[in-house]
Design a protein around this ligand. Structure first.
Ligand code: DHB
Ligand code: FE
Length: 269
């Protein structure tokens, strides 16, 4: 599995070095990060040999594909930033976007296109409402997930982005019901230094099976989240440590078809 991982165009270097507030914030955050690292180095009596090995390890990133640095940052810190996001929201729980979101995807009514060559059928249903429980008519619900082999369309060159992705326009009832197939666990690219780091730590490179969602509606904050399935492999040991209890859903069954219930409560902008 030599899947390419895209580089998020949102990762742009700061150009606001003259900003005084920014300087204060940088001083606070960076100096406290350094302090926290120093405390760990002291607590574990880290030696020169280990220090040099660590720096040598980081130097591998200079020669690695460009996506390796965003990948390692996602591994350790992306989910923390989404947790922070919830400090300022009262709606449903948000989660990491991951690198495989695409803007341009088919608008759907009740079915996401799948290649029909495997995978168990899945119905995803729920509603999109505001904090008062009122339907958010006109909201755009983006859904994307891996195929039944853990591949993302539009990134695996063999799978057109028309598949395993869809945008549903929410009507006045707020409710939606979409048919697709059940995704499977996903392995992050592990050939590079980030994969080596996990291996060195005795960890695996897997994410539990998940479905991605993004909801956009005028007057509301953009809502990006995921759904995980209770009892599935890796749910308790996600390599990017992004699983949150509110996002682990017990799959129901109706007429032999798996059903994922997922409601979205949007926060006002
Ligand atoms: C990554 C991949 C995903 O599919 C996801 O949901 C989150 C993170 C990653 O490669 O970092
Ligand atoms: Fe994903």
């Amino acid at each position: 599995m030599n899947r390419p991982r895209p580089v998020d165009s949102a990762f742009v270097p700061s150009t606001t070095t003259g900003d005084k507030n920014m300087a204060n914030r940088a001083e606070t955050v960076i100096s406290e990060i350094v302090k926290a690292v120093r405390e760990v180095l002291k607590r574990h009596d880290v030696t020169f040999e280990e220090y040099r090995a660590g720096v040598g390890f980081l130097m591998q990133y200079a020669k690695a594909p460009e996506y390796e640095i965003p990948l390692v940052c996602d591994l350790w810190f992306n989910a923390t930033i989404t947790d922070n996001e919830m400090n300022h929201r009262k709606g449903s729980v948000t989660n990491v976007e991951g690198p495989y979101f695409l803007e341009s995807i088919p608008t759907i009514t009740d079915r996401i296109k799948t290649r029909g060559d495997g995978g168990e059928e899945l119905i995803i249903e729920g509603k999109v409402v505001d904090l008062a429980g009122k339907p958010v008519e006109g909201a755009e619900l983006y859904i994307w997930h891996s195929d039944h082999e853990g591949e993302y369309s539009g990134f695996n060159p063999e799978i057109s982005p028309d598949f395993y992705r869809g945008k549903k326009i929410i009507d006045s009832t707020g409710a939606f019901s979409i048919r697709t197939v059940v995704p499977v666990p996903y392995m992050i690219p592990h050939q590079g230094p980030s994969g080596k780091m996990l291996e060195l730590m005795g960890r695996h490179p897997w994410r539990p099976a998940h479905v991605h969602f993004k909801v956009r509606a005028p007057g509301f904050l953009e809502h990006t989240t995921q759904a995980y399935f209770a009892g599935e492999k890796w749910v308790d040991s996600d390599c990017v440590e992004a699983v949150r209890p509110a996002l682990v859903h017990k799959l129901q069954e109706r007429g032999g078809v798996k059903v994922l219930k997922k409601d979205f409560v949007l926060d006002p902008a």
